[in-house]
Write a protein that binds this ligand. Structure first.
Ligand code: GAP
Length: 513
């Protein structure tokens, strides 16, 4: 079986080969952790965004969507806490001049200890054969228990030092563990310093008069500063939500894992404004609602789990991640945060403007509490794409690579294939394309043998292929081939649209919500 690294490499090369994702500015050797979406990637991304928008905005009477600017008044980021608290702890190696996230160096060291545990397990499984009980081995083998205790102790100390902002102890920990720079191999480290993740830029024509700005590190603040504009003009009553999708920017230092952690990425966020004191109930409700949205795509319940945060961000009184099983393991896909009145309260303070809601039932005004759902669009793209990419062994001793994207998200819904390039078959195929393209993205392909064309569409994730042959000219029937089952059906030309529509109808996918 291919290991995780090989699977992930395949995901990255497939994404490039089939026009989904390219390295940004590739002809200049690329820009690290910045990516471009190609012709199929742009469609898949748009479809995921729309799937989210419909579920959050269109299907909820009390949630509206906005589109705020990326540039915001610089005081926004003082009020939000990003200027003071949106930091990563960094350390430099004096010999290689390379910069690292101090916490990641320690975590990588722990990962090596955990790898030793895995090695012990593999060895024991070989030795004991069928009678091997993994759980029992993990809880009783002394060497494994020692490794585990060591790993837990390191992580606990790291967590405590970061929480107490004790950066000297983070450095002491790196030194005590004997961690060396992966490039120079030396232990010649600088002190650990906090590094702000926001990108700065300037607004204005001359250096003297220019104002320092930040590229927004989250879309949420565009919602908070517009809270009253939207509430008043939309005559919205609490509870209500404001949603938006858009670009966010973070100067990530450890930017690995393809589009999982990018410097320029897109978020899909919703802030739900509620009565103070009701946050627990809404927190639970939104956790459930968001998990249902994920499950509606049919990518397998076993691939998701909740991770409740112990260490909370400066703005939250409760927080959980929805984690997804990526090719490199379970990682955060979406965050659900109970943000209290932190943001609106802080913007009131910094702007001097009241950001309160008059509650007609209570006959009083208050700063609403906020429940946030926040998902990275690119990370969702990676979840969908990596989960869909499969290599299947077929009966005739061959294999196929197939991208089993949920049909509702697939960039192209159907490929129309004339069996031959003559006898009037291309004309019938083109007529079908011209009819279907008003409803769906469809492709026309007449090159190569039909079997090869099927494989090409499988690899790009097209749910249906429709083949026009000589029989079509006689009785108006075509062959429709289903990507996942490879089953072929003979149907009337006039039935094709209905068959595709049924499978890609968003109503069918979202009806369980
Ligand atoms: N407004 C809250 C907020 O921004 P977050 O946990 O920092 O919270 C929310 O980010 C989501 O945005 C994450 O769950 C992840 O899906 C996505 N995200 C965050 N940083 C990212 C990055 N560097 N690259 C890609 N996606 C990212």
């Amino acid at each position: 079986m291919a290991n995780q690294e090989d699977i992930f490499k395949k995901v990255i090369s497939h994404a490039k080969e089939y026009g989904y994702i390219f390295q940004s500015s590739e002809i200049y050797d690329g820009l690290s952790a910045v990516y471009d979406y190609g012709q199929n990637g742009a469609e898949l991304k748009k479809n995921i965004r729309e799937y989210w928008w419909k579920a959050m905005v269109q299907l909820n009477d009390n949630i509206v969507g906005i589109d705020a600017a990326i540039f915001m008044h610089p005081t926004t980021w003082k009020a939000s806490g990003h200027v003071d608290a949106f930091n990563d702890p960094l350390i430099d190696n004096k010999d290689s001049k390379k910069r690292y996230r101090a916490d990641v160096l320690v975590e990588d060291h722990v990962a090596k200890i955990e790898a030793k545990i895995d090695k012990e397990v593999t060895k024991a499984a070989k030795r004991f054969g069928d009678s091997f009980d993994r759980e029992q081995f993990l809880t009783t083998n002394q060497r494994v228990l020692d490794y585990q205790a060591k790993a837990d102790g390191i992580l606990k100390r790291l967590g405590r030092s970061l929480e107490n902002e004790d950066l000297a102890d983070v450095k002491a920990l790196i030194e005590e563990l004997g961690i060396v720079c992966p490039v120079s191999g030396s232990k010649n480290w600088t002190d650990v310093k906090q590094f702000n993740l926001m990108f700065g830029t300037k607004l204005g024509a001359s250096a003297e008069t220019a104002t320092d700005l930040y590229l927004r590190p989250e879309t949420a603040q565009g919602i908070f500063v517009n809270f009253l504009n939207v509430q008043k003009t939309g005559r919205l009553k609490i509870p209500f939500g404001i949603a938006q999708t858009g670009k966010a920017f973070r100067n990530e230092i450890v930017a690995r894992q393809f589009i999982f952690r990018m410097r320029e990425f897109e978020q899909m966020e919703m802030q739900y404004f509620i009565k103070p004191g009701t946050q627990k109930e809404w927190y639970d409700a939104w956790k459930e609602k968001r998990m249902k949205w994920h499950l509606s795509l049919g990518m397998g319940k076993k691939n998701y789990r909740f991770h409740d945060h112990e260490k909370l961000a400066h703005y939250a009184d409760a927080a959980a991640d929805i984690e997804f099983k990526f090719p490199f393991g379970f990682r955060e896909l979406e965050g659900i945060h109970s943000r209290t009145d932190f943001d609106l309260g802080s913007h009131e303070e910094y702007s001097g403007k009241k950001l309160q809601y008059f509650d007609p039932e209570l006959n009083e005004s208050y700063v609403p509490y906020v429940l946030e759902t926040s998902i990275g669009l690119d990370r969702m793209f990676l979840a969908v794409f990596s989960n869909s990419l499969q290599e299947e062994q077929l009966e005739n001793n061959t294999s196929r690579v197939v991208l089993k994207l949920p049909a509702v998200l697939a960039p192209t819904k159907a490929a129309i294939l004339p069996l031959l390039k003559r006898d009037g078959l291309p004309e019938v195929a083109q007529k079908l394309v011209d009819d279907l393209k008003w409803d769906f993205n469809v492709a026309y392909d007449e090159k190569d043998a039909v079997g090869r064309r099927y494989r090409r569409q499988d690899a790009v994730g097209t749910p249906f292929c429709v083949t026009i042959d000589h029989q079509t000219l006689e009785d108006d029937t075509v062959t429709i081939r289903h990507r996942d089952s490879m089953e072929q059906q003979r149907v009337l030309l006039s039935e094709v649209k209905g068959i595709i529509a049924k499978e890609v109808d968003i109503r069918e996918w979202l009806k369980e919500l």
